[in-house]
Design a protein around this ligand. Structure first.
Ligand code: BDP
Length: 690
């Protein structure tokens, strides 16, 4: 098993009793309608049945006992099975799976308002078989809580991927539109199986060429493949496209020619792709052009594009990831300061897309204070699935717990319990567009994501975008069963590994609120010593601020005052060294090396302890994994084993580098019996993990 099938791994059920039971309970299917989407649903059922149950399901002309009925709302065969109000609640993408009697035949009904709802229902039903969790009386209703559930590919037109660690881009631009790789269908199936309904094909650092006629024809070919799976195509666009492609002298969003250019471009796109999703924009950020170059605001820029797309119901996802290079202005403050004043100024078809934390996808960050701060704007979440700052595709890190931590954080925007999840579900906002994006970790490597466990991060993003309140534990449980095995002896230790893995990585990389101390630019290995950079706030020393007294960035009311971007209850918690959660201590405070932690340790000892624990926990993962050989195929077992070995080596390098480097400031010994780094600091500084 090379991992190509992801979690849609339809391997025959070994338990004979269960196999007989399922084969009896589901002997065929009855389907009304024959759209491309319903055909996809049918194909998936066939594939799953032949794999999981070893049978070919019968295609029935009428409803019989023990069949599966696939029918949308208005099919006469349903004969009032489901109340109209239940259908209303389902919306365009929800579905119902119910054990019912139709014409006195016992059957399983999968129904929805739309064909895509049926396809989602079919995937859910298959999941129940895969995870062996089908009950005798099914009463399932599933409705997605967010409208746009997106992958953001940072794929370049030359096939490379910014921050991609699993090969090159899936999109073979040179072959498209004439040759359409079959793999695109499997990509769409995987997305539909977790409810992902949006894909932004290209890098946010966008090449304007993507909007040329010849590229749009390629994009159309992809959109045609994805359409049956409910997956809409979006593009990242460069703000100066009217200059680069249209030959205009300006890209000023208020200039009539610029407005006309975008309107004509929108018409051209929608003529080719009638259900095109819209644009994603990185503007006035890290050197990208934007409306501020013309003295206009982010809202002016976003609205101009939104205006062009409005007629076709397209949307603009405008990123809030902006910061300047001024070393005096805490980077953490900048997105909030730039966007909060614009609340209420964006058109209805604009979403402001905000990274989960105020800096940049660190192993741990507090939630971005923009969540909850813009009640009159549609806000969407941006998580990173690709492990830019978390060991690339070489470290086993289950990111669902990171996502969950952010989503469960309490903003206090409307009093206690105003979680980030509630905010992005639009519960407190007058604007009703909602969404979540994940920066993709998918490439053309055979197993899609590089590390076999990195597949679980793609999976989690889909599950949390469907319902941001899903627990990581249940996501991990389903994923393990679908991907590997239903054997408890396997599930229990693997789930434990997954659920602890992110904290383990935080421990050996950036404990206690440290952040952005990775190697310069690559962001892979350790680089706490990085003190020269193209921009002052790209230096590690800017972030950790270690000196002879202590370490950490003072963002309290007497420091940069970033704490005051949060609602008072949160602000006060972060502001006091006593109440600030210790896992964010050095994010908000500059703390003395001798500061007494809750454990009774000094800060220095505690920090060392975290670094050492991180390594120990990787070693524990290794020994757990090594006991599991008999449960899965050799190919995936060995791959994970080898990657865990690498992770262990890199964790040791991280630990030794950071402890030795910070020791040059604390001048304190590594506590107790902890193993001493084998090499001096200079060795680690010269070492480059490639
Ligand atoms: C940072 C990446 C950079 C991206 C940028 C972004 O280092 O490659 O272009 O984010 O999100 O994490 O735009």
């Amino acid at each position: 098993n090379d991992g190509y099938d992801l979690w849609l791994n339809y391997i025959k059920i070994e338990n004979k009793t269960l196999l007989d039971k399922y084969n009896k309970a589901f002997n065929g299917y009855y389907i009304t309608g024959n759209s491309e989407t319903l055909k996809a649903a049918e194909n998936e059922l066939k594939r799953a049945f032949s794999g999981l149950l070893g049978t070919k399901p019968k295609v029935l002309n009428s409803i019989t006992n023990n069949c599966i009925v696939l029918a949308t709302k208005n099919e006469s065969v349903l004969n009032g099975q489901i109340y109209a109000k239940d259908y209303e609640a389902l919306g365009k993408e929800g579905f119902i799976i119910r054990s019912v009697k139709i014409n006195s035949k016992t059957c399983t009904l999968i129904t929805a308002n739309t064909d895509i709802g049926i396809l989602y229902g079919v995937f859910h039903f298959i999941k129940l078989i895969q995870t062996q969790q089908i009950s005798n009386k099914l009463t399932i209703t599933e409705i997605p809580k967010l409208d746009i559930r997106a992958l953001n590919h940072w794929d370049n037109l030359d096939g490379s991927i910014e921050r991609g660690y699993a090969g090159n881009s899936l999109w073979k631009w040179d072959e498209l539109p004439n040759t359409v790789d079959k793999r695109y269908i499997d990509y769409a199936r995987a997305n539909a199986s977790v409810g992902i309904n949006a894909t932004v094909l290209n890098n946010v650092n966008s090449n304007p060429k993507i909007l040329t006629k010849s590229y749009l024809e390629k994009v159309k070919a992809l959109a045609d493949v994805f359409r049956p799976y409910g997956l809409k195509v979006y593009l990242s666009v460069s703000f100066t496209s009217p200059i680069k492609l249209g030959g205009l002298p300006t890209a000023d969003p208020l200039n009539p020619q610029v407005i006309d250019w975008w309107e004509a471009k929108a018409e051209e796109i929608y003529t080719l792709i009638p259900d095109f999703g819209g644009f994603l924009v990185k503007a006035n950020s890290e050197g990208q052009p934007g409306p501020q170059d013309y003295g206009r605001t982010h809202a002016d820029g976003a609205n101009m594009l939104a205006q062009a797309l409005e007629l076709y119901k397209g949307v603009v996802m405008w990123r809030a990831f902006v910061y300047n290079s001024d070393p005096e202005e805490d980077r953490v403050l900048q997105a909030y300061n730039s966007f909060k004043p614009l609340d209420g100024q964006f058109k209805d078809n604009v979403l402001v897309q905000i990274k989960n934390g105020p800096i940049d996808f660190q192993p741990r960050e507090p939630f971005s204070p923009l969540f909850g701060a813009m009640p009159n704007t549609s806000l969407m979440m941006e998580f990173q699935i690709t492990q830019e700052y978390l060991g690339f595709s070489n470290h086993l890190v289950f990111l669902s717990t990171l996502y969950e931590e952010t989503l469960d954080s309490d903003t206090y925007a409307k009093g206690k319990g105003s979680t980030v999840a509630n905010v992005i579900e639009g519960k407190y906002s007058s604007n009703k567009l909602t969404g979540m994006a994940g920066v993709s970790n998918i490439g053309n490597s055979r197993n899609w994501c590089g590390h076999p466990f990195a597949q679980s991060n793609w999976y989690s993003l889909g599950r949390l975008a469907w319902n941001p309140e899903t627990s990581s534990e249940s996501i991990a449980d389903d994923w393990i069963r679908m991907t590997f095995s239903n054997d408890k002896e396997f599930i229990v230790p693997v789930k434990k590994m997954m659920l602890e893995s992110r904290e383990t990585t935080v421990d050996y990389m950036t404990p206690l609120g440290l952040n952005h101390i990775m190697a310069y630019d690559t962001h892979r290995g350790p680089g706490p010593w990085v003190d020269t950079a193209a921009q002052p706030n790209w230096k590690s020393t800017y972030y950790h601020r270690a000196d002879s007294i202590g370490i950490g960035f003072d963002r309290t009311t007497s420091g940069s005052n970033a704490v005051s971007q949060y609602y008072p209850a949160v602000r006060d918690t972060f502001n006091s060294i006593e109440t600030c959660p210790e896992n964010l201590l050095l994010w908000f405070h500059h703390v003395s090396w001798k500061h007494k932690m809750k454990s009774g340790n000094t800060l220095w000892d505690e920090m060392c302890q975290h670094y050492y624990n991180g390594v120990d926990k990787v070693r524990k993962m290794q020994s757990s994994w090594n006991k599991l050989k008999s449960f899965i195929d050799d190919e995936r077992f060995n791959k994970v084993k080898q990657l865990l070995e690498e992770q262990q080596e890199e964790a040791v390098i991280w630990r030794n580098s950071c402890v030795l480097y910070f020791q040059t400031f604390s001048k304190m010994p590594i506590p107790g019996e902890l193993e001493r780094p084998e090499m001096p600091l200079s060795y680690y500084i010269d070492l480059k993990i490639e």
